[in-house]
Structure formats: C-alpha cells, structure tokens
Ligand binder design. Sequence first.
Ligand code: F6R
Ligand code: ZN
Length: 170
Amino acid sequence: HAHEPIFAIPFSPAGYEKYGAHVTRRRLSQLRHLYGDPVAVDQILAREDPVVYEVYEMPYPYRETDLLINITVLYPGRVGGEPYMTKGHFHAEPDTAEAVIGLEGDGEMLLQRRDGELRKVPVSEGTISYAGGGWAHRVVNTGSRPLVFFAVSGANIVHDYETAERLNFS
Ligand code: F6R
Ligand code: ZN
C-alpha cells in the first residue's frame, strides 16, 4: 500500500521541520482563558503577543491504525503567578492513552478525570510519562528553559478541549 508511511527522521523539532512537519503556533491571545489573572494577560498583550507553545506534526494522512507522533516546544514564561501551559484535552470516544517523553527542560503533566480526580506527574528530559484513557492532560513548564516533549498516541483520538476547559485542571 503506497499510503502507509515509512520514515526515519531526527528526534527533535528541527529534524521534524526539516522533513516537512506542520507547525502550529499557539500565542497568548488565543490562550487567555487558561490563566486566572486577566489583568496580567492584558498587560503582556499590550506589549506583545508571545508564542507560548508550538506543536510539530508530520503531515501524513493519518488512518485510525496509525500513530500520532507530535513534538511540542512549550516556552518558559509566566502570566501573573502561573507558568506557561498547554490547553489540555481529553481523548474522547474512544478514551485513548498517550505516552509523553521529555526531551529537554522541566515541567509537569496535570491529569484530570471527568469525575474531577486530579493527578500530577513529571515531564522532564529523560522521563516517560503515561496517561491512560479517561485522563485529560495538560503540560506546564515549571523551568526556565523550553520544555520539549514527544507525544505518541493512537491516531483514532478525538481531541475534546471543551470538557477539559470546563474542569480546567482545578
Ligand atoms: C496529542 C497531545 C499533544 C498535545 C500538544 C499540545 O494528543 O496530547 O501532542 O496536542 O502538546 O497540547 P494541546 O493539544 O492541549 O493544545
Ligand atoms: Zn493528547
């Protein structure tokens, strides 16, 4: 089957980009609802609209049986007292697992179930963190360097951002 991808690329954002990755840049103006201090958000946005994170994804046409293999660069920074973070989402219907491998930097993954139960695991250079199905996940950069991590999950996932936003990782 000509449609089934085969490749070997460098394990880094630059390597992904060299091989044609699609890059999604998330700026603070798109993420303002994540932070508890709207005045701090406005103060930053009055000066600039910083890139908070970038997601690098290989642009092949995914089928259900493929694997999603993204690299995220989550920059260091703060909004009020809160560190930069990803939006966070459930993998819904079917609830599907994800493994996250830290490549550079230091941070944490916040996990929350629909019943509200909340957990936290490290995401740092050299760690592999695993979120089973049913756990919404958000990554937070607690360090002073970019936090770079690789995420792999089944390509059958449906990202549910709305439910995660409502729970908002308490
Ligand atoms: C994929 C996954 C990660 C995130 C990425 C950006 O299922 O969990 O690749 O998509 O770190 O975070 P979100 O998608 O929450 O903006
Ligand atoms: Zn995910």
